[in-house]
Design a protein around this ligand. Sequence first.
Ligand code: NAD
Length: 478
Amino acid sequence: IPVDGFDLVIFGGTGDLARRKILPGLFRRFCAGQMPEDARIIGAARSEMDDAAFRETVAEAIREFGGAQGADEALAEAFLERVGYEHVDATGETGWESLKGRLRDGVVRAFYFSVAPSLFGALAERLRSFGLADDESRVVVEKPFGKDLETAKALNATLAEHFDETQIYRIDHYLGKETVQNLMAVRFGNMLFEPLWNAQYVDHIQITVAETVSVAGRGSYYDTSGAMRDMVQNHLMQLLCLIAMEPPARFNPDAVRDEKLKVIRALDPVDHHQVVRGQYEADDTQPGYRTHVDDLRSTTESFVALKCHISNWRWAGTPFYLRTGKMLRSRTSEIAVVFKDAPHSIFGPEAGTHRNVLAIRLQPNEGMTLGVTIKEPGPGGMRLVDVPLDMTFAEALGPDAEEVPDAYERLIMDVIRGNQTLFMRGDEVEAAWAWTDPIIAGWKRRGDVPKPYDPGSNGPEDALMLMHRDGRKWREIK
Ligand code: NAD
């Protein structure tokens, strides 16, 4: 279904994110027939170039990142007709009047801030003072949203000077992933899971976001951030909220975001014994973290594992284990709900203990697996084995299913539709920082040094111990 006509201005339109994600994503939505005739995309950035030169950079981006249709020149040509460029200085006067002249009345106006967060304030201010934005316009802001509670509050206050909360779309692209939305469909669309979704039946929940990439190429930024700020405060906490929240009364933006906020506010402070930081070492083929960030004494973490508790009626006593890191064994993201043992085994101790696990995979092969215990086939008596009921979405929905949009495509279309459900509200972001700040401050106070781990491993040994001492273990990063 096509969205309404729009003018989308991408500040930072020549940058890396626009080239790899935003522009190819828009192209794919165009190919899917979702972009109406009167859609316009205007790149706005510091480089001096004209429409034709910008279109050439967009054409390259489409060829490289636009998927199979990126090679279709006729489609690319038709898309590029909607694309223009304005040389704009976010902190000066250049380009603003001219950019304003390109905008039309009667269509949705959206401004994507794909620039360094230090420019958000200047952009917001100029959008208003030059009269480009009004009370109907939308602004999209990228991560990082602050580096602690104080900076996030300042950023929220700056945006609030110029825009109402209903106009602000804070991107966390994890929320745009198909599986993440499926998590809500599975929880709230079925009778099967929700009655068991609580401390009485769930032993614990694990959330893993493992990456194989290093920080090479973005070391100078990453070293000021670390895994806690770069991944846990936003992506992992968003996943935690969706898995743990109460059912909202409606699937509408504030109903969903109110419930997520309640989860964050119910999180207990984390004891420092329940957090493990790691930093990857060098191996035979490549340098380690400290070489990548060009600081041989850096104590920034490229890995975090932690155990936390949500103090409410549903989850009291159920631990949540979170871990994320760079340079790990494989690129695996999943949420695993590990159910408790059956209260009594009628098959005797030799049958062993078996647990149901619902694993929701974000990557690779988005899908879900439910581990079910059955009888081992054959005449050997009542021996039990665990088998996976596996549903890979792509297979289950078949080849005729519409191509699953990438997270960015979906989220940008939601901006045009005016649907904020999958965007973070200002108070959510602040609450998340209020929870992570003391953990980070504690490391600093104690002079904590991250534990080394080998590239291609599961992270530092201490992270394994975090679960072992509770008599549990991490699921394998395959
Ligand atoms: P980049 O450095 O590649 O591009 C920056 C863009 O900002 C360029 O188009 C540049 O011309 C423009 N710019 C800089 N100063 C300007 C000024 N004074 N006036 C107008 N334009 C100006 O950055 P990026 O990697 O594309 O990242 C953009 C934003 O997205 C950042 O906030 C970043 O944290 C965030 N982000 C990036 C990624 C990624 O994968 N690259 C992922 C998540 C979030």
